[in-house]
Design a protein around this ligand. Structure first.
Ligand code: OAD
Length: 254
């Protein structure tokens, strides 16, 4: 599908269809200093997900899960958006991007100024008690000293993120599916597409007629099957390149 210049081709699709949606994963935040989950520097190399990141593991031993959660919170805490996050916010303000569906829990899309963000895996801003269901802002209860934060009822709190074995919050699931079914272009940025049901979103969009554009330095299981155009590179470079191509297309059409 891509011609000689994939950037120009994607810019043309964005400008013509004016209803793109982005699906983002950990890779988009790598250049903000948050390592991805899988791969050499990834959190899952250090903390086996089945031992630390399932809801069953949290219920059995919340103190153990909090070793991983403390590291995740510390990594995300000081991070700021990079050019890929701000570039997507710019595409939204130009009327070319309708929504961002993110698997990330770091809130960097909101920090970059994107208005419509669907948090598929929740976020780290809130803690919830899985015994009495009270919620607390993380900054009120998490001391960052290694001790797990506690509810007033005495139980250990859980960040309001989706751990393995937990369902996707139903509003996020519904909204994401609706966006996927009705978008003209799906930009899939920085995800290995290994986790269900998030990895089904590109298939859903493709089936409904969207062009699927993958931005990732590596190939994934979507590449060559679901993906129409794969632009290999770091998210910030590629999104910057897309913005340049959009603006030269606009100049040509003026
Ligand atoms: P992964 O760690 O599985 O994949 C990150 C992807 O980002 C890989 O395909 C990398 O090639 C790519 N990548 C790395 N650096 C990049 C860069 N600078 N620019 C663009 N892409 C880059 O992360 P996710 O696919 O997001 O779930 O993982 C999905 C879910 O698995 C996460 O939301 C998390 C995890 O377990 C939960 O915690 C519920």
């Amino acid at each position: 599908m891509a011609g000689d210049d994939p950037f120009a081709e994607v810019a043309r699709l964005l400008a013509e269809r004016r209803n793109a949606v982005a699906l983002t994963g950990a890779g988009i935040s790598v250049e903000s200093g948050i390592p991805a989950f899988r791969g050499a520097q990834g959190l899952w190399e250090k903390y086996a997900p089945m031992e630390y990141a399932t809801i069953g593991a949290f219920i059995r031993s919340p103190e153990k899960s909090w070793r991983m959660l403390t590291e995740l919170l510390s990594l995300c805490g000081g991070a700021t958006p990079n050019a890929a996050h701000t570039g997507l916010a710019e595409l939204e303000s130009m009327g070319l991007l309708r929504a961002v569906i993110t698997q990330n829990v770091d809130r960097l899309h909101q920090a970059a100024g994107t208005g419509k963000v669907i948090e598929y895996h929740g976020n780290l801003e809130e803690l919830v008690c899985i015994t009495c269901w009270r919620n607390f802002p993380t900054r009120e209860r998490w001391k960052g000293d290694g001790s797990p934060p506690r509810c007033d009822c005495g139980e250990i709190l859980k960040p309001n993120i989706v751990m393995f074995g937990e369902p996707i919050p139903w509003t996020a699931q519904e909204r994401a599916e609706e966006e996927a079914r009705s978008c003209g272009v799906l930009l899939v940025i920085g995800t290995s597409a290994q986790v269900t049901p998030a990895c089904d979103i590109p298939r859903l969009a493709k089936k409904a007629g969207a062009a699927v554009v993958e931005i990732n330095p590596e190939e994934t299981r979507l590449t060559g099957t679901v993906t129409d155009i794969h632009i290999s590179g770091a998210a910030s470079d590629v999104v910057r390149g897309l913005l340049r191509s959009v603006s030269s297309l606009q100049k040509k059409n003026d």
